[in-house]
Ligand binder design. Structure first.
Ligand SMILES: *[C@@H]1O[C@H](CO)[C@@H](O)[C@H](O)[C@H]1NC(C)=O
Ligand SMILES: *[C@@H]1O[C@H](CO)[C@@H](O)[C@H](O)[C@H]1NC(C)=O
Ligand SMILES: *[C@@H]1O[C@H](CO)[C@@H](O)[C@H](O)[C@H]1NC(C)=O
Ligand SMILES: [Zn+2]
Length: 267
């Protein structure tokens, strides 16, 4: 009997090689196919797999971070940064990873502009390029702006879905956390007030490691890993109402922190 292992939607992982080791090609199969082969093996069937792989590595090409900002009215040199990454894995459309994060970051600036608001500090949007290849766009941006790191009050990235938000993940000093907890109280009307530990994101980790407070969106991850890095990551995975709530959290936190008289304390 010949079975065609073509159904379902594999999660495409990555393979990294240390220097000097032979580069053995890597492939992934779906959970469904793995379970089927496991059943066949436990029945004692001999499994012969004919594997055709078409993956290629192309040479690097230029791509660009996209940056927009509302310049602060009182402390234009100081920055609150909101972000998501503009690239996606090479299957699917990247609606969830990370179109959602890119869009709520864009929407935060757009809402604040539409409301005619201008915070004291500069509110900057960065849509990172080449996150999936290892944070290449963010690393370059960090290196170019490193001299000004001390003037970043908060860096934010959404890269874990924009489904119904549970709250904000935050990394920073206890004093800074206390302020962020007060800011999140403003979101009582939409019931998203919780502040968790471990704010992170591939792109913003460069700043967090340099001591800048960092925040990321925590949301309902129930569906996330069913679509992540697969052909299923399309617009149908998204829910506009949930995205609106996520954008509201992003806009309120970034605006209020950018408009405070003081930067978030580092210690
Ligand atoms: C760093 O900040 C200074 C002002 O404080 C500004 O003139 C300069 O353009 C900034 N550099 C970058 C790379 O953002
Ligand atoms: C940081 O901002 C302050 C005031 O906003 C400015 O005077 C200073 O030059 C900035 N420092 C750097 C390193 O950009
Ligand atoms: C508010 O959110 C919490 C989780 O953070 C949830 O347990 C609770 O049911 C929510 N309340 C309402 C009225 O939706
Ligand atoms: Zn991502």
């Amino acid at each position: 009997v010949t079975w065609w292992l073509l159904f379902s939607s594999p999660h495409t992982g990555i393979q990294e090689y240390q220097d000097g080791v032979p580069k053995i090609p890597t492939a992934c199969i779906t959970v469904e196919d793995a379970e089927m082969m496991s059943r066949m093996a436990s029945r004692g069937s001999r499994i012969v797999i004919q594997l055709k792989m078409g993956a290629k590595n192309y040479p690097d090409a230029d791509s660009f971070n996209t940056v927009a900002e509302i310049i602060g009215s009182k402390y234009p040199e100081q920055v609150v940064l909101v972000s998501g990454h503009l690239d996606s894995w090479d299957v699917g459309q990247g609606a969830m990873d990370d179109g959602g994060g890119a869009f709520i970051s864009w929407e935060a600036l757009s809402l604040i502009k539409d409301l005619g608001l201008r915070p004291k500090r500069t509110l900057r949007l960065v849509l990172w390029t080449a996150e999936e290849q290892g944070g290449i766009g963010a690393l370059q941006y960090y290196q170019l702006t490193k001299a000004n790191t001390s003037n970043y009050s908060l860096v934010m990235e959404s890269d874990l879905g924009t489904f119904l938000p549970s709250g904000l993940q935050f990394t920073g000093s206890d004093k800074a956390r206390a302020i962020v907890e007060e800011v999140m109280c403003l979101l009582q009307p939409i019931n998203v007030t919780r502040v968790f530990r471990a704010g992170e994101g591939t792109d913003i980790n460069f700043w967090i490691q340099a001591g800048v407070p960092g925040a990321s969106l925590l949301d309902d991850l129930y569906k996330y890993f069913s679509f992540h890095h697969s052909h299923g990551d399309t617009m149908t995975a998204m829910d506009p109402k949930q995205m609106n709530v996520a954008a509201a959290v992003w806009a309120v936190v970034s605006y209020v922190i950018a408009d405070m008289e003081e930067m978030l304390p580092r210690s």
